[in-house]
Design a protein around this ligand. Structure first.
Ligand code: GTP
Ligand code: MG
Length: 285
């Protein structure tokens, strides 16, 4: 069996969803060679600028900055696991506005066409805490006649819901990739990362896909109806384990960043080894 798998993982996430912190923390784990997947020392990437600022800030116990709007950088990593399996993957970092702009303007520029064409796995970042809760009969009840009258007298700004946003985005990617949805998709494999999980204050055994189903049911069923079961996973992710600020966090400085952060695997189990998520990205069972 060919033991080298070449993968092109496309991280997909709007502004402030945690892409850069994940990249930096994953890189830190791979580079430490203490976890399931390790960077092949013969192929240590030469140019680390993509995560350098973020890594330096984390070592100082501070959060990293927003990725500047025009940035489009990626890093190719060659990693191996305990059983000698080699995975080569490309990891991009860009400003999340680029994703918002795809949906708002219905335009996929050349850079994004190429990202989408080359990709073999999609990892969609959703930061549930930042989404606007949709008012419905269950969580809000029926508004009073005065409230209904007030709403009718003001024209609401046109803004699509979060569910519509993610669905439009995925449909655009599927279209650009030239996929048919007559049959359920198996490639690209799709991993939904519910990022900044620590902010959600969930009980220990929460299963990420159950939380997605509860919070964004329409998106959940869109995914289940369009992706094959083995090509879809929903994980929880806390890259930093707690909210960092621009002031140094002493615990981070003492313990170093690789000792913070975890994924909640698809069965609801917490794993401190962020590199295990690579198996989900690749779609291995
Ligand atoms: N609590 C908590 N905060 C996080 C976590 N990951 C990232 N953050 C914070 O969320 C904010 C955004 O994180 P980034 O990694 O910069 O997000 P991004 O998706 O790269 O954002 P853009 O570069 O704007 O596209 C930062 O203030 C981080 O400190 C996490 O796991 N937990
Ligand atoms: Mg960023």
């Amino acid at each position: 069996m060919d033991k080298v798998t070449k993968n092109n993982i496309l991280i997909i996430g709007g502004p402030n969803t945690g892409k850069t912190h994940f990249g930096a923390q994953l890189y830190g784990r791979l580079n430490s060679r203490q976890f399931e997947f390790k960077i092949d020392p013969k192929y240590r990437p030469f140019d680390l600028t993509i995560f350098e600022n973020a890594l330096n800030n984390l070592y100082d116990g501070k959060r990293a900055a927003h990725t500047e709007a025009g940035a489009n950088r990626s890093i190719e990593l060659k990693v191996t696991n305990e059983s000698g399996q080699e995975v080569v993957f490309t990891f991009p970092d860009y400003a999340g506005e680029q994703i918002t702009s795809i949906v708002e303007n219905r335009i996929v520029n050349n850079t994004w066409q190429s990202y989408i064409q080359k990709s073999t796995s999609w990892v969609l970042f959703i930061r549930l805490k930042e989404l606007t809760p949709v008012e419905d009969i269950i969580n809000k009840g029926i508004p009073s006649p005065e409230e209904i009258q007030k709403r009718k007298s003001q024209t609401p700004p046109i803004k699509i819901s979060d569910v519509a946003f993610f669905t439009e985005l995925l449909q655009t990617l599927v279209y650009v990739k030239g996929l048919s949805t007559f049959n359920k998709i198996d490639t690209p494999n799709l991993t939904v990362m519910l990022s900044c999980w620590d902010e959600l204050n969930q009980p220990n055994d929460t299963v990420p896909s159950e939380l997605l189903k509860q919070r964004l049911p329409m998106l959940f069923y869109f995914l289940v109806n369009n992706w094959q079961k083995n090509s879809l996973s929903v994980l929880g992710l806390s890259s930093t384990e707690k909210s960092l600020t621009d002031d140094p966090d002493d615990e981070y400085i003492d313990k170093t960043p690789i000792n913070f952060g975890y994924v909640i695997n698809k069965n609801g189990k917490r794993e401190n080894d962020l590199t295990l998520s690579i198996y989900d990205f690749l779609g291995y069972e």
